[in-house]
Design a protein around this ligand. Structure first.
Ligand SMILES: NC(=O)c1ccc[n+]([C@@H]2O[C@H](COP(=O)([O-])OP(=O)(O)OC[C@H]3O[C@@H](n4cnc5c(N)ncnc54)[C@H](OP(=O)(O)O)[C@@H]3O)[C@@H](O)[C@H]2O)c1
Length: 313
């Protein structure tokens, strides 16, 4: 048996309920993982509330795509994982649980230098950031503007863009300016007047813009500042991208990711795990809450919090 967080209706955080459920039988290439930490992402509360469209709920819906833990059992055809291995999980459904059966495709070996909480913080934010930086072909000639640079995805975008050799400007609250500066970006307040402040900071212009804020001003200033609209991407306002002639990667876009984009998202996890293990990458952790307090974790994330919130069974 496992304790899993499920819900049977769309609604507020209170619909999230700890439930005792039987683990499914292990398929040939499945792995059972004792979850040590589950990452809470904004998409989790958007799906829970119905803000992000999804299929109707017909059976109790499990929550969470990212996590980290230890392998407790492997199917007969599993290669590369053994009982006792530390792993990172991404692309699975139901990581808000004490134990989970997943395909081996959802697992990555976790080096000892990477904590369970750090591992659980990787999946969606790192995959999104890395794929976006690769899709926009960010390189040493670029000056990149990242909107919402202090968030989980924004911090990863800054680091991948800096590693690619780009100059990076990141919008942030004044309170969080030091954090984005520590990652190698130049902070720009996201108070009204973004475009003017960016022009003053980068008079030679901006070549790439990445929207993780989803505000009208983030989109308007990006279009105003970047000449080539194919080098502007929104991760939040996907439904508006076509009208603006900019790119969107999920975030409500009707266009699914390409196979290449999906592959970049997967590739990002071993890349980040290696960088973390050698001390060349940083993941900011927020509060760790008990699994049973998943509803409170959603309230905390929806209200805005510094660092990645994780649930600990
Ligand atoms: N399309 C995709 O595949 C994809 C994947 C992952 C995430 N996303 C989306 O991307 C967004 C960011 O995700 P996340 O995980 O990074 O969220 P997060 O960690 O919760 O960070 C959100 C950030 O937004 C900043 N912010 C708040 N108001 C802002 C404003 N008016 N202008 C600029 N920044 C503002 C906050 O900065 P301060 O603390 O400095 O105020 C905070 O750091 C979410 O909407 C999420 O759903 C999309």
């Amino acid at each position: 048996m496992t304790i899993a967080i499920t819900h049977t209706a769309f609604g507020g955080p209170e619909v999230l309920t700890p439930t005792e459920v039987a683990l499914p039988p292990l398929g040939a290439t499945d792995v059972a993982v004792r979850i040590e930490a589950a990452g809470v992402n904004p998409v989790d509360h958007k799906l829970r509330s119905g803000q992000r469209a999804s299929d109707p709920i017909t059976t109790p819906r499990h929550v969470g795509n990212d996590g980290a833990g230890v392998v407790t059992a492997v199917g007969p055809d599993v290669t590369g994982f053994r009982v006792g291995d530390r792993v990172v999980i991404t692309g699975a459904l139901g990581t808000y649980a004490s134990e989970l059966v997943v395909s081996q495709e959802a697992l990555f070996p976790r080096p000892p230098q990477v904590s369970a909480a750090e591992g659980a913080a990787l999946g969606i934010p790192i995959g999104t950031a890395y794929q976006t930086v690769r899709s926009l072909a960010v390189g040493p000639e670029d000056t990149v503007l990242v909107h919402a640079g202090s968030g989980a995805v924004g911090q990863a975008v800054i680091q991948f863009a800096v590693l690619a050799g780009a100059r990076v400007l990141a919008t942030t609250s004044d309170r969080r300016a030091d954090r984005v500066r520590a990652l190698g970006a130049e902070p720009v307040s996201y108070a009204p007047g973004i475009a003017d402040r960016v022009r003053a900071a980068a008079p030679d212009g901006v070549t790439v813009a990445i929207d993780l804020a989803g505000t009208d001003e983030a989109l308007d200033s990006s279009v105003e500042l970047v000449a080539d609209r194919r080098r502007i991407a929104t991760l939040v306002r996907g439904a508006d991208a076509d009208a603006l002639g900019i790119q969107a990667f999920r975030g409500g876009s009707p266009r699914p990711l390409t196979a290449r984009e999906e592959a970049w998202r997967r590739e990002s996890i071993p890349v980040a795990l290696h960088l973390l293990a050698v001390g060349a990458f940083s993941v900011e952790l927020g509060p760790a809450l008990p699994l049973a307090e998943a509803a409170e974790a959603h309230r905390v994330v929806e209200a805005g919090v510094d660092g990645k919130v994780v649930l600990v069974p």
